[in-house]
Each structure stands twice: as C-alpha cells, then as structure tokens.
Design a protein. Structure first.
Length: 177
C-alpha cells in the first residue's frame, strides 16, 4: 500500500481520540474530558488543514474525477467539521461546572453524534475519491513525497494548535458570499 493511502490511518486515530474524550465524559472526569477533547480537536484541525493545503490543490489540478467527490465537496465537509468542532469546543470549555452531572454527560455525548456521523461519511468519501485518485494520478514516487509532506505539515499544525481555527478558515473568506 502506498504512503498516501496510509494517511487514511489518521482517520482511525481521530476516531480513537474522540472516543477517549467521550469515555472521560462518561466517567464524569471533566479535566480529562477537556484535555482529550483538545487532543482530538487539534488533530482534526491539523488533519483537514494539511489536506486543504496539500491534497486538494493536487486533486483540483487533475480535473474532475470519475468517482464522485471533488474538491468542493471535501472543502465543504472540512468546513462543516470545523464548525461542529468549534461549537463543541465552546460547550466543553465554557461550561461553568466543577464536575459533570450525569445529565450533562449524556447531553455532551449525544451532542457529538452529528460530528461523528460526518467523520464517518467523510472517511468513506476520501477513501473512495481522494487518496486513491491522487495515488493513481501521481505515480508512486510523487505520491509518497506528497504523503510525507502532508504528514509533516499535519504534525506541525497539531503542535502549533492553540484553539479553534479563526472564522476565516472555518467559514471561508467573506468576499466569497
Ligand atoms: Fe482525511
Ligand atoms: Fe478530510
């Protein structure tokens, strides 16, 4: 399997990171829940931004694909994931509670349902219409090099993450509307 396809393993790590947050919520450990949330959120933002910067322009450069997807779809889904994550971030960090009462634990876990569903759909679409398309189009050496740059950029962005991305990244430039 090429290195570009192995980037998709990052989706499994994202799922595991989100689950770690939910397990801390279920256990009522607010501090651990916030720490785990930030770990997930940083990785999600870094992962989607690295794709925006490095993978989507290469997909666009190759023209339309025969397998659906397309740059606009991936871009739209990344923005929606960031919007949902930013809303969850506010809920998790702004709650004026010292501990997590059982009702709030259930609310927080249920509130992530839409984000989890979108992550699952997005994984399917990238598996079908992003990474394999680039791998086919670029050839092994170039695809491996692109994958290496994408992983490095993701690690760099995750390490520099200090909170939800600004509205310009989440919503797109104002002039676009
Ligand atoms: Fe991805
Ligand atoms: Fe993505």
């Amino acid at each position: 399997m090429g290195r570009l396809l192995r980037l998709l393993d990052g989706h499994e790590e994202l799922r595991a990171a989100l689950r770690a947050h939910q397990e801390a919520v279920a256990a009522g450990d607010l501090e651990a829940a916030r720490t785990a949330w930030d770990r997930f959120h940083a990785r999600l933002d870094a992962h989607s931004r690295a794709e925006d910067e490095l993978l989507l322009p290469r997909l666009a450069a190759g023209g339309p694909t025969s397998v659906g997807g397309g740059v606009e779809l991936f871009d739209r889904e990344h923005r929606k994931l960031r919007r949902l994550a930013a809303a969850a971030h506010r809920r998790i960090h702004d709650a004026a509670v010292g501990e997590l009462p059982p009702g709030l634990r259930v609310d927080w876990i249920e509130a992530l349902h839409v984000l989890k569903e979108l992550l699952a759909h997005h994984d399917e679409r990238e598996r079908a219409a992003l990474h394999p398309v680039l791998e086919d189009r670029l050839g092994a050496a170039e695809a491996d090099e692109l994958a290496r740059r994408c992983s490095d950029r993701e690690a760099e962005l995750a390490a520099a993450w200090t909170g939800p991305l600004g509205a310009d990244v989440v919503e797109g430039p104002r002039s676009a509307s």
